[in-house]
Design a protein around this ligand. Structure first.
Ligand code: ADP
Ligand code: MG
Length: 239
């Protein structure tokens, strides 16, 4: 069953620039779906429309069987992790992870349990009292992921979460993200422009180009049977 469905989505900025003319997509429940494509092709815009951070000009967004096209981000069963981490510098790691739950008025005892669970899952137990400035890039990204986990969403949205990290750390975080997906029983929608990341993380890859979808399929399927020259070039096999 599809967890996220996009129906005839069009996106025009300021009434003139159409960046997505007409896009249809179904994302399976529990999948690790990776959106790939060159810079500027509309990946972040698509993710932000799923999150409700950007309106759709036309079309509909369904999450978990509900039409959320006009719903606020907080009323969608999602949590988003950004490339820039977007942590609060004056708050401790624990407070950063806790913050969204406070806003949502989750009871204090419940919040504490969830913060500790997320910290254990992400290897942050020893760091809960630190400020973001006292953390490495990888640790900061874990805090940002922790903040998403405690909200216990059905759908995680990641926008190039590893692109600020060095290559070695990126490899390690990739493994951690794959493990996290196995444990959490959630749908992950992951944006990257990195083909290696896409090939290793995804069970489904969506190849985007200039606001449209070129092909959707399992990594090996795209590799062995690219339907367009663009997909062949992007995924890296000869056509
Ligand atoms: P990607 O994430 O694939 O690099 P984006 O979704 O960020 O691409 O951008 C897709 C296109 O939409 C780009 O041409 C970009 O300049 C344009 N765009 C993105 N956000 C805005 C905005 N707020 N106003 C106008 N144009 C935008
Ligand atoms: Mg982007």
């Amino acid at each position: 069953m599809a967890e996220v469905t996009l129906v005839e989505i069009k996106k025009t900025f300021r009434g003139r620039t159409t960046v997505i003319p007409n896009l249809n997509l179904q994302i399976e429940d529990g999948s690790f779906t990776v959106l790939v494509g060159p810079s500027g092709c509309g990946k972040s815009t698509l993710l932000r429309m799923i999150a409700g951070l950007e309106t759709v000009t036309r079309g509909a967004v369904h999450i978990g069987g509900q039409d959320v096209t006009t719903a606020e981000p907080c009323d969608r069963d999602i949590a988003m992790v950004f490339q820039s981490y977007a942590l609060y510098p004056h708050m401790s790691v624990a407070r950063n992870i806790d913050f969204g739950m406070r806003l949502a008025r989750v009871p204090a005892a419940e919040r504490e349990v969830r913060v500790n669970e997320a910290a254990r899952l992400l290897n942050l137990d020893e760091l809960l009292d630190r400020k973001p400035a006292e953390l490495s890039g990888g640790q900061r990204q874990r805090v940002a992921i922790g903040r998403a986990i405690v909200r216990n969403p059905g759908v995680f949205l990641f926008d190039e979460p590893l692109s600020n990290l060095d290559a070695a750390l990126r490899n390690r975080m990739r493994v951690e993200l794959a493990e996290l997906h196995q444990r959490l029983d959630a749908t992950m929608i992951y944006v990257t422009h990195d083909q290696v990341e896409a090939m290793t993380l995804a069970d489904c890859i969506v190849v985007m180009n200039a606001g449209h979808i070129e092909q959707v399929g399992a990594p090996m399927e795209l590799y062995q049977h690219p339907e367009t020259v663009f997909v062949a070039g992007f995924i890296g096999s000869p056509k």
